[in-house]
Design a protein around this ligand. Structure first.
Ligand code: NAP
Ligand code: G4F
Length: 384
């Protein structure tokens, strides 16, 4: 146990939720910055919430925004954190093409605002900073696999904003001796993953298709490859990075890459359903080729089997070019040697384990009555 104080920006996001829980268990007092929203946006951390009247609480939320430097400076001055985890970002690559200026402001300049606040508040010797950098920096990859020394070639407004954030973090480290580090994290997923990222879109849609609530799902480029790990593993790397004596930059990845197409197959396989793809480009479709009845009954429920069997041979996956990106990142695969050797970090989940965790969660979620009553599909109404 310890008396450390951590400040997490982006605490309401996937990583913020897992990291808060992890740090609280380690004895930290966790402060988080959340945006004001017209609806509740704390679903992922509600289980950690404590009454503000509880004097011994170890989780405190502050309203704030990465685009507001006065607000950030005030919060950091009040909290006096030992560690800052800068996880806040407009983190959707496709959406960044629609909101490039905002993305640059929040993801790029937002990081500068934090670093500069720490400096102006004379906290450079006290406060360690973790910057959520990304494998998207490698973009059009210059080397396979990608490691800390691989040159960057960003391919989206998101990645370009994160490139600025990466280098301003390095610059503040070198210029002011700050303990500021970049975690270059490859894609990491979980049942808490945002609904419009590809893995969660697939596991949610698969759950609905298996339960007979949806006929088909439309995807973008299913030939691109990603190195997917579990968010529960990746937040541990964030923590380890800030426990090192000297600040540095680390690739965090599994070292295995898989196409979106194979992730779709793997997801349905978890429920005993074999999906076969036929056709090319926009004509490509995924068909139900085989059903393992025992596995299906175990994963989805025997009561849904007869209805699903009637769909054998039908197309359940289609392609809609509206989901294509103006510039794509075709392949990501990370070399995590430095993290293994220097941090002693390694992933504990493989992709099958991750996929199982997600689809199991989403089948249960979609079974819940409220989802069905609300028409179920929670607003994937734009081409993300
Ligand atoms: P996420 O689920 O999209 O969460 C992003 C968080 O940032 C949310 O809490 C969001 O608040 C908050 N946020 C967005 N704009 C903000 C603003 N202007 N001011 C304050 N807060 C803002 O992302 P994640 O998957 O947890 O990822 C965490 C960080 O790691 C992000 O910086 C992401 O870019 C980076 N990253 C992620 C991955 C990955 O595969 N997950 C890989 C590499 C790097 P709301 O809840 O209100 O939207
Ligand atoms: O799941 P994605 O949207 O993640 P992407 O673009 O790799 O970005 C995520 O990982 C980054 C780390 O490398 C983070 F920095 C970033 O914040 C975010 O968490 O898309 C993955 C791939 C892409 O190639 C995309 O074109 O899936 C492809 N894809 C195919 N169909 C789709 C879809 N992506 C989405 N979101 N929706 C589709 O229908």
């Amino acid at each position: 146990m310890n008396n450390k104080v951590a400040l997490i920006t982006g605490i309401t996001g996937q990583d913020g939720a897992y990291l808060s829980e992890y740090l609280i268990k380690k004895g930290y007092t966790v402060h988080g910055i959340k945006r004001r929203s017209s609806l509740f946006n704390t679903d992922r951390i509600d289980h950690l919430y404590q009454d503000p009247h509880d004097e011994k609480r170890n989780m405190v939320l502050h309203y704030g925004d990465m685009t507001d430097s006065m607000n950030l400076t005030r919060i950091i001055g009040d909290v006096q954190p030992d560690e800052i985890y800068n996880l806040a970002a407009m983190s959707h690559v496709k959406v960044s093409f629609d909101t490039p200026e905002y993305t640059a402001n929040a993801d790029g300049i937002g990081t500068l605002r934090l670093l500069e606040a720490v400096r102006l508040l004379n906290l450079t010797d006290k406060t360690r900073i973790y910057q959520a950098s990304t494998s998207e920096l490698y973009g059009m990859v210059q080397e396979i696999p990608q490691r800390e020394t691989t040159p960057f070639y960003p391919r989206s407004p998101y990645a370009v904003a994160k490139l600025y954030a990466y280098w301003i973090t390095v610059n503040y480290r070198e210029a002011y001796g700050m303990h500021a580090s970049n975690g270059i994290l490859f894609n990491h997923e979980s049942p808490l993953r945002g609904e419009t990222f590809v893995t969660r879109k697939v596991t949610r849609a698969a759950a609905r298709i298996l339960l007979g609530l949806q006929k088909k799902v439309y995807m973008g480029n299913i030939s691109s490859k990603r190195d997917w790990g579990h968010a529960k593993d990746y937040i541990k790397a964030m923590y380890l990075i800030l426990q090192q004596d000297t600040p540095d930059d680390y690739v965090i990845s599994t070292g295995v890459t898989t196409t979106i197409r194979d992730f779709i197959k793997m997801t349905f396989n978890e429920a005993g359903v074999t999906v076969e793809f036929k056709g090319e480009n926009e004509q490509e479709e995924g068909f139900i080729a085989h059903i393992n009845e025992e596995l299906f009954s175990k994963a989805v429920g025997e009561e849904h089997l007869d209805a699903f069997k009637k769909r054998l041979g039908e197309s359940i996956v289609g392609i809609d070019p509206a989901y294509y990106r103006p510039t794509e990142v075709d392949i990501l695969i990370g070399d995590n040697t430095k993290a293994r050797t220097k941090l002693g970090w390694e992933p504990t989940y493989d992709l099958k384990g991750l996929c199982h965790d997600m689809i199991t969660h989403d089948i249960e979620l979609m079974k819940k009555e409220e989802y069905l009553r609300n028409g179920g599909y929670r607003i994937l109404n734009y081409f993300e």
